[in-house]
Design a protein around this ligand. Structure first.
Ligand code: MIG
Length: 799
């Protein structure tokens, strides 16, 4: 046991004994003998916020991460005192504060330990920068595991890892690369079937150590700012994640087309090349909704300009692409070229919108356009100006979405690849240096972009994608994992990173399919598409330097297989859209890691190749060359093999066949999976019939289907359709009850139900309690298929 005195000699300072405390409203404030203050705010019975001030003065309470209207409120707040502790009791938690040294212990109502401070809060004065390095150490109990932290490219379970968060442009990053594009200082921990989350809302460089330096200790600390963290209790991981997402906010629904397949490359130009690519998709009948314009569409990389040699008439081109079912997305970087003739530069200079060094000169850095200045996106006036710059691209030219890159912010040819630490920022009226603003720079750029796109695309919905982000940035934008590599290891990382982003509140995410750097083999590309169609964001992108990366560039076999998988994604769009709805409404991750889905089963704590897409489809990518299949873990319960309908009892590892044209896919028994017909792009055709794939279960299972107009905001006025299906299977009977909420009426009148795994032959069908002839239901005995009016409320099939 290290004593506090020993550590003080190493430069760490600690709170002394409590001399007073008081409760006011939802907050208990403590003062110690050496002037440390602690405020504990009870936000919900299961969420506490802890803030420490070393010199008795708290910072202005401002956060970019916390949503405007999270739902707070608790049922109980009681304080009990004894000689050792001041104890706070809510309806769900007991929190003890030690009188002697301010250490914290949190327990459930059965007095089971959830999380105890080891050294607890301590700090080190920073004479280099002023302020403090604020630190927290917690005792980690046996069998504790950790998950989260945004895009960190490492094993899904973070136990034994030490990670720091400082947004960095890491071209061709590797496994265990520290400091990537995003900073999401949130993690979930699990032990003894109790889950809790820590959200360390500090935008300085933060560090996390999950039992690496010391075996039974988890630590987090920051290179400045306040020790300001939220403790979020489960006991289910899903409670922690949805509470965190409630706290930091959810996005609005994206337009449905954004769930389609996207094609990108650095760069498609000139116009004839763009047209050649889009025409080829249509000619080959390979579904695709979106085409990207990377930096070469601009005039000398000047944002908000067009290279008129390559793109003589962008408005006409974008319209022609749209007529062919393609949405155009254009890239916009933060660096503004120093060019007195360039209007964006001139305007920002006049308005004093560029970042400056501490001693006065502009922050000057080299990026694609050459020497640039950089807007201070942490200034609300700058954001408003930036938002309005999108008028021409969106409202006049017709671009449908914006891609923000290089916003870590990235600077070329300098150590650290970013701004110097002394650069000043407004930070929404809380002026500070780059040390504090760095990790939110990209998020605030994406926010400004989102506001602009939203304004000019109205009454349609905006689409924004960003590379850098901070916790809470999911409110404005989708994201991708940056400059990965065409390697099998990166296919593994792609899987880990997207699962991690999903558990970190940023579900709308995906990877550069096939890899950005280097060239994938046809086999790697195929396996990557197979994974990518089950990611919320699905785009092929490559640096273009190494050859072609369109689905038809790897030969006939690859084209055929990748097309089959992209078609499957399009069929599953109503299912995926429903998962988006649950994410947007309730903060439920669109894909769920096995530990999220079944934390009680200890096998899931380290099983991470497998994940659940939506609620009922189990996916496991093939991550090795020459594979004919793989061993994988099937979670508890019964699952149908998607390819042959064989049923397997889970809770064990099995071998699954998966030659190149297949990947392991399983459907949860009892699931009702909605499908649309294959389309070349979203809304190509009016849906005339909904397909429901019904997987028999002896017992009960619920499924849902959310639909609306696919774009626009009518759904907010009640024009949506939320159907719930209750399936109940018995030996000689299966019944489905349907309930519909909302005022939206889908374009189709009928539903085609296909029954999988029925243990009996259908002889008799009741629709809303009346027997209906099999003929009138277009019964097909080979496929076990019937067609019914979409408005049925109960359906009974009997043997
Ligand atoms: O320094 O715009 O991650 O997707 O194609 C490279 C060119 C800048 C990095 C992005 C990548 C994009 C590329 N960009």
């Amino acid at each position: 046991m290290i004593t506090n005195t020993e550590l003080e000699y190493k430069g760490n300072l600690f709170p002394a004994e409590i001399i007073s405390f008081k409760l006011s409203g939802d907050t208990i404030s403590f003062v110690t003998k050496n002037g440390v203050k602690l405020k504990i705010t009870v936000l919900r019975d299961s969420i506490f916020r802890f803030r420490y001030a070393t010199s008795g003065v708290f910072e202005n309470d401002f956060s970019y991460a916390i949503d405007e209207n999270p739902s707070f409120g608790f049922n109980k707040l009681e304080i009990v005192e004894d000689s050792e502790f001041i104890t706070i009791i809510t309806k769900k938690l007991i929190c003890k504060v030690a009188r002697i040294d301010l250490r914290i212990g949190i327990y459930d109502l059965n007095h089971r330990e959830i999380l105890e401070d080891e050294l607890g809060f301590h700090w080190e004065e920073s004479f280099e920068f002023g302020g403090n390095l604020v630190k927290m150490s917690k005792a980690s109990i046996e069998n504790e595991n950790f998950y989260g932290l945004g895009d960190t490219p490492t094993n899904f379970n973070l136990k034994g890892k030490k990670i720091s968060l400082w947004n960095t442009d890491q071209y061709a990053f590797g496994k265990d690369q520290n400091e990537l594009y995003k900073a999401v200082p949130f993690y979930v921990a699990l032990h003894h079937n109790l889950a809790y989350g820590i959200f360390f809302d500090n935008t300085f460089k933060t560090h996390f150590d999950f039992c690496k330096e010391r075996r039974n200790i988890s630590n987090f600390w920051a290179e400045g700012g306040e020790m300001n963290y939220y403790f979020i209790y489960g006991p289910e991981i899903s409670d922690v994640v949805t509470s965190y997402t409630d706290l930091t906010g959810k996005p609005e629904l994206p337009p449905m087309w954004a769930l389609g397949y996207h094609q990108s490359k650095w760069s498609y130009y000139p116009e004839s090349k763009v047209k050649e690519i889009t025409s080829k998709f249509r000619e080959l009948k390979f579904p695709c909704d979106v085409i990207y314009l990377d930096i070469d569409y601009m005039e000398g990389f000047r944002c908000f300009t067009w290279n008129k040699n390559f793109f003589p008439d962008p408005k006409r081109m974008v319209q022609e692409l749209e007529n062919n079912g393609f949405k155009t997305i254009a890239i916009i970087d933060p660096g503004i070229k120093i060019d007195p003739e360039y209007s964006v530069f001139k305007e920002a200079l006049e308005k004093d919108f560029f970042c400056k060094r501490a001693d006065g000169p502009y922050m000057r850095g080299k990026v694609w356009p050459g020497e640039c200045y950089f807007p201070d996106f942490t200034n609300p006036k700058v954001r408003e100006w930036w938002a309005n710059l999108y008028q021409e691209l969106i409202a006049e030219i017709g671009v449908k979405g914006i891609w923000n890159d290089m916003n870590e912010p990235a600077v070329m040819e300098v150590p650290g690849k970013t701004f110097p630490k002394d650069v000043r920022h407004d930070y929404d009226g809380n002026p500070c240096s780059h040390r504090k603003a760095h990790n939110v720079y990209g998020m605030q750029m994406a926010k400004a972009t989102y506001e602009g796109v939203k304004k000019f695309i109205y009454p349609k919905r905006p689409f924004v994608i960003t590379r850098a982000n901070y916790a809470g940035g999911q409110r404005y934008t989708s994201t991708w994992t940056g400059d990965n590599v065409a390697s099998w290891e990166h296919l593994y990382l792609a899987n880990m990173q997207v699962q991690r982003l999903c558990i970190s509140g940023m579900s709308f995410s995906g990877t550069d399919i096939g890899g950005f750097a280097e060239q994938p083999s046809g086999e790697l590309y195929t396996r990557w598409i197979q994974l990518g169609v089950f990611h919320p964001f699905c785009r092929t992108h490559s640096s273009g330097e190494h050859g072609e990366q369109e689905p038809w560039c790897f030969g006939e076999e690859v084209l055929e297989i990748t097309k089959k998988f992209v078609e499957l994604r399009y069929q599953l769009i109503p299912y995926l859209y429903t998962a988006f709805h649950q994410y947007v409404e309730e903060g439920i991750p669109i894909i769920k890691s096995l530990v999220y889905a079944d934390q009680e089963d200890v096998h899931t704590h380290y099983r991470s190749d497998e994940f659940i897409f939506g609620n009922q489809i189990l996916v496991c990518p093939i991550q090795e060359p020459n594979a004919q299949g793989r061993r994988m873990y099937i979670p508890r319960g019964k699952w149908f093999n998607f390819w042959n309908d064989s049923v397997i009892e889970g809770g064990k590892e099995i071998w699954v066949d998966a030659p190149l044209d297949k990947m392991p896919l399983f459907i949860k028994e009892g699931a009702i999976i909605p499908k649309y017909p294959v389309q070349q792009y979203v809304d190509e055709i009016e849906i005339k019939e909904l397909i429901l794939e019904v997987y028999y279960k002896h017992g009960k299972e619920n499924s849902v289907l959310y639909e609306d107009a696919h774009d626009g905001y009518d759904y907010k006025k009640g024009r949506y359709s939320l159907r719930s299906f209750k399936l109940h299977g018995k030996y000689e009977e299966i019944s489905i009850q349907q309930h519909k909420d909302g005022k939206y009426s889908a374009s189709y009148e009928t539903m085609k139900l296909r029954f999988h795994g029925l243990p009996f032959t259908i002889n008799k069908v009741l629709v809303d309690n009346e027997e209906v002839s099999l003929e009138s239901l277009q019964f097909n005995s080979e496929e076990n298929r019937i067609t019914v009016n979409k408005a049925f409320t109960t359906l009974q099939l009997m043997g």
